[in-house]
Design a protein around this ligand. Structure first.
Ligand SMILES: Cc1cc2nc3c(=O)[nH]c(=O)nc-3n(C[C@H](O)[C@H](O)[C@H](O)COP(=O)(O)O)c2cc1C
Length: 197
């Protein structure tokens, strides 16, 4: 193995990985990443394992105009699910699109027409790209949270983001400053999920 010349990398990686934990978008506030930090965060995704160098992921940054459209979609989806939803619940559904200073939609591009890479490998690549984003955000001092929900998988969402055929929405990623910190979570021990074959 080629030495990376840095004996402190293991300790840094350990601290970086284990200090990341989900932060609810409600607790993610301004300031968010500045333009160069945003680029650093997005570039981290590009270092994900990628069989065949096909970049089977995409990240859509949701602009302010985009948030208005997304908020309306969340509200419509709620009304469709629950026609008795109150105006307060509808407003809350809309407001979800405005949480956090940086909002990304992550998708996996599963189209197999141009390559022979199995879909599950592409999904794994996209998952790793997401984790790289979360870890880079953490390294830069920001909190992050993933969110999904029924509306994410709706036809309207596909239309709103003009998703291609076989491009699947995975989750929203919210990034920002943490308003209130919580104690670090207890994580499962390796012995609970690994064994010798
Ligand atoms: C693809 C994906 C979507 C998720 N969507 C939601 C969500 O909509 N709401 C939520 O509370 N947690 C959601 N989670 C879980 C949180 O992001 C988080 O992973 C979980 O609470 C565990 O926290 P941890 O990341 O600190 O281990 C989602 C996780 C993944 C991987």
């Amino acid at each position: 193995m080629v030495s990376n010349g840095s004996s402190s990398l293991g300790g840094f990686a350990n601290a970086l990985i284990h200090s990341r934990q989900h932060v609810s978008p409600k607790r993610l506030i301004a300031p968010g990443p500045n333009p160069s930090q945003k680029l650093e965060i997005l570039n981290a995704a590009g270092a994900a394992p990628d069989h065949g160098k096909i970049t089977p992921w995409h990240f859509y940054e949701v602009s302010l105009d985009g948030r208005h459209l997304l908020g309306n979609l969340f509200a419509d989806a709620l009304i469709e699910r629950d026609p008795t939803a109150t105006s307060m619940q509808i407003e809350e559904a809309k407001e979800k699109a405005f949480r956090g200073p940086l909002l990304l939609l992550a998708t996996a591009k599963l189209n197999g027409a141009q390559d022979n890479i199995p879909e599950q490998e592409k999904l794994i690549s996209a998952g790793c790209a997401i984790q790289n984003i979360l870890l880079m955000a953490n390294a830069l001092g920001f909190g992050s949270g993933l969110s999904s929900g029924k509306a994410l998988y709706s036809k309207k969402m596909r239309t709103l983001f003009s998703l291609q055929e076989k491009e699947e929405p995975l989750c929203f990623i919210t990034i920002g400053s943490i308003s209130t910190h919580k104690a670090n979570k207890q994580r499962p021990d390796a012995s609970s999920y690994s064994s010798i074959f």
